[in-house]
Write a protein that binds this ligand. Sequence first.
Ligand code: IMP
Length: 179
Amino acid sequence: MEQIIQVKDLRFKPFISEAVILTHVERMANEINQTYRGQTVHLVILLKGAFIFGADLVRHLQIDHTIQFVKLSSYAGLASSGSIREEFGLSMDIKDKHILIIEDIVDTGTTLHYFFRKLLDAQPASLNIASLLVKPEALKYDIPVRFRGLDIENKFVVGYGLDYNDAARNLRDIYQLAE
Ligand code: IMP
């Protein structure tokens, strides 16, 4: 029987198990290892949502890398607000460096549309995106997600770092809003 959980005022059903998530994380790390072999890559982990994905991903990396954190926000509750707030940004100079943005989920793409262009202006040697989840039906911008976990339908999800008003990030599996 499906185990429905309650998060604040909403009910969620199991959607992607921890085992499936971790298979995709390892596959993505292997692709990243192959792409950046012999180079140093600077990972920019977008907080807060990507902190668990980022932590699991880096433990499969076998290439030289550094870890940076950036905090942008566009979300309040269930819907993207459309405007981006930079709570804290990148402190390193990325010119001529290989940069890989680590994101939990690309929804409308508003966040990455803003951030990707901003980083491109700083002239990195290369700039790529790794996102665990993508909601293709929700996309409003063409976002070049080079390393991609799973495409999902356009429904709200929580767990594995993803939140509903800051709750449920600690769930090991990913849950989907129940009808
Ligand atoms: P976008 O700018 O619309 O692409 O939204 C990106 C950000 O919104 C992600 O980094 C998440 O933090 C958040 N987000 C988007 N969809 C969901 C969801 O289904 N659950 C939880 N957070 C989400």
